[in-house]
Design a protein around this ligand. Structure first.
Ligand code: NAD
Length: 637
């Protein structure tokens, strides 16, 4: 293939990109050929390292060749692009975890797909002309090829800045941001490559490295951190627009060229990724959720049209005013189920006990991600892609991980006592049910005695979050136990917080749900009051959902039928989250509050109201948001 030269020189596997007239943009064929070479050289003892470089002064690699993606995408063929990206990401992953040193020489532009090729190796060399960037938001994509890993690890909020502005890094900034390792004057590169080919001695690289001049972005970090620390794209725009400075003007100008949906997803993705559970696998999985949908639902085709087809540089972006709703971001980043990116044979054997409203969709998401899941529920319920077992002991037999999603602490203790003795030492028991702290600790003790890792990991996010894979997990247990459970939390949810030792997850959960119970009651009584004041419910929602009264109860799980996103209120208050489960959680919170002498009057009152609703009125079997019809029919006495 004339676009690329793949050969062995001395002890080095050598890859040289040879499309300087196209800034060495990588075609699908080049990607496949490079992967084949990496596979062969991994097995070849005569190859001790791999050296990547490119012809021409202007670019190492300016990105992936996107013209063909446009042609297929505009014909409604999204599968070509999905395969292109999935194969490219597999190559990025392979380079990242390659068993031999991978050295890349990055002159001129290294952008997008070029970053995926050149910036995941073990020795990334930059020189005087290097310009590295992640410009995907400019064509309606989001930073991909594993670039979000580096962006999430970059100092402060530099990742958000680089991802949303597409700003270019010179050599000093690229090293500062974690996209490169060594600055070596370009005049020395040919000699160094020849030495590496002859000797295979990678220590020569550090020997040749010089100190780069610090780049301008490093100096701009106080501005970057101040403006990019917000929770979402809208916050970034708000602070930039409020400031009269060169930095704010220049940044708004750069962002003004890019797709708002792409920028909003970039910020959300970095927030989800940043933290102790970050891996390249996780970054690529999240990126692929976006790219797999980018043609059909994102701005990608419009972005390419404006940039390279019509070249009018006037893309008609969705949400052009920059106000991107959280729901649009969530839709682009939700799990892909069976279409999820598969990087290799990663399937685990998982046993799932309790396939109710929450457990069934959670188990289905694990199966869709390629795990071998078997499930059991006393009620005989099943879940998509999950094989059915006849007992809890059967699902635990041979499992790497057992997950429980059960109604209460007594049932959990009984199930744990049955299955833990049958589990192999070193495997993990994860309880995602909401139970009392004492039960969580008792189960953790049982597990510890049997040499089993244990995590109490109750969830927030409801059945919508369980189905969409967007739950938040609050976890208690050892570091090792949390680490073994984290890859599964990534599939079932969007966030996992390690709250502390055994029981800490349940402590966080009951505090959260005490707030939820009280806010749901407050939301319902406010709707009932608004009715009596003659205020339309839709108007009430429009105001409160964007004012200081907003909450999850109002914005995501609105108790008024026909208002806000679809919720159990639109389904006759069928749970969802049953009122008796909320009563249970409020009981747990007050039990815990009594044990530690905490004053919780709102939690106490919420408990009394839910008890009355479930035990004396008609609340049993209804969703916990059915407090609204309850209040509608009542007066003050
Ligand atoms: P659910 O009642 O729909 O599901 C519980 C399931 O456990 C049922 O299908 C039941 O048959 C099964 N089960 C009971 N005993 C069993 C046993 N011994 N062996 C196997 N299966 C058994 O409840 P859910 O809504 O799925 O909630 C499950 C847990 O998650 C609860 O602890 C709840 O507090 C918590 N939770 C629920 C929500 C929600 O919105 N529903 C949100 C957060 C947390």
């Amino acid at each position: 293939m004339s676009d690329i030269s793949i050969r062995i020189e001395g002890c080095a596997g050598r890859i040289t990109l040879q499309r300087p007239e196209a800034l060495n943009a990588m075609t699908y064929e080049m990607c496949v050929a490079i992967e084949q070479a990496f596979d062969e050289w991994a097995q070849d003892d005569a190859v001790t390292l791999v050296v990547l470089d490119a012809e021409g002064d202007r670019a190492f690699c300016s990105g992936g060749d996107i013209a063909e993606l446009y042609e297929t995408g505009t014909k409604g063929d999204y599968a070509y692009g999905q395969k292109f990206w999935a194969d490219e990401y597999r190559l990025n992953h392979k380079i990242f975890q390659y068993p031999k040193p991978v050295v890349s020489f990055l002159q001129g532009f290294t952008m997008g797909g070029g970053v995926g090729l050149g910036c995941h190796g073990s020795h990334r060399i930059v020189g005087e002309s290097s310009q590295i960037a992640m410009p995907e938001c400019g064509i309606g994509l989001m930073p991909d090829v594993g670039g979000t890993l580096m962006l999430a690890l970059a100092p402060g909020r530099l990742g958000e800045y680089l991802g949303t502005t597409a700003a270019r890094m010179d050599a000093g900034d690229a090293i500062f941001a974690g996209f490169a390792d060594h600055f070596i004057p370009q005049a020395q590169w040919l000699d160094l490559i020849a030495t590496l080919e002859q000797t295979g001695d990678i220590a020569r690289i550090a020997g040749a490295a010089a100190r780069p001049t610090p780049g301008p972005l490093q100096a701009a970090m106080p501005d970057i951190d101040r403006h990019f620390h917000g929770a979402a794209l809208g916050d970034v725009f708000t602070t930039l627009r409020a400031e009269d400075s060169d930095f704010a003007r220049d940044t708004l100008k750069k962002m003004g060229r890019n797709s708002p949906l792409s920028m909003a997803c970039t910020i959300e993705a970095l927030h989800r990724l940043r933290g102790p559970t970050l891996t390249l696998e996780k970054a690529l999985d999240l990126e692929y959720r976006f790219t797999a949908r980018a043609m059909e639902h994102g701005d990608f085709l419009e972005g390419i049209r404006a940039a390279i087809i019509d070249k009018d540089r006037n893309p008609k972006w969705q949400f052009a005013d920059g106000a991107v709703p959280a729901t649009a971001v969530a839709k682009m980043l939700m799990p892909l189920g069976e279409m999820a990116l598969k990087l290799g044979e990663t399937g685990m054997k998982i046993g799932f006990i309790g396939l109710g409203n929450m457990g069934a969709p959670m188990a289905a998401n694990l199966a869709a991600a390629g795990h071998d899941v078997s499930g059991f529920d006393v009620a005989g319920t099943t879940a998509k892609g999950v094989s059915s077992a006849t007992s809890a002991v059967e699902v635990a037999d041979g499992a790497d991980i057992v997950i429980a999603m059960l109604p209460n602490g007594d049932i959990l203790r009984a199930v744990a006592a049955e299955v833990i003795p049958t589990m192999r030492a070193g495997t993990t028991f994860i309880d995602c049910s909401t139970v009392d702290v004492d039960s969580a600790r008792a189960v953790a003790d049982m597990a510890e005695a049997a040499g089993i890792l244990c995590v109490d990991a109750p969830v927030s996010g409801g059945i919508g979050g369980a189905a969409g894979g967007t739950l938040t997990f609050m976890a208690g247990g050892s570091e090792a136990a949390f680490a073994s459970a984290a890859p599964l939390f990534d599939i079932m949810g969007q966030k996992a917080v390690h709250c502390g030792d055994a029981g800490a997850g349940q402590a966080a959960k009951i505090c959260n749900n005490m707030i939820l119970g009280a806010t749901m009651i407050a939301t319902c009584e406010a709707f009932a009051l608004a009715d009596k004041l003659g205020l339309e419910r839709q108007k009430m929602f429009d105001v409160v959902s964007t004012s200081s009264g907003f909450s999850w109860s109002m914005n995501t799980y609105c108790p008024a039928p026909g208002v806000g996103p679809t919720s159990p209120a639109d389904n006759g208050y069928t749970p969802g989250f049953a009122a008796e489960l909320m009563l249970k959680d409020l009981g747990l919170s007050q039990q815990a509050a009594a044990a530690v002498d905490a004053d919780t009057p709102m939690g106490q009152r919420a408990l009394e109201l839910y008890r009355q609703f479930v035990e004396d009125e008609d609340g049993k079997g209804k969703d916990f948001s059915a407090m609204l019809p309850r209040f509608e029919t009542r007066g003050r006495s």
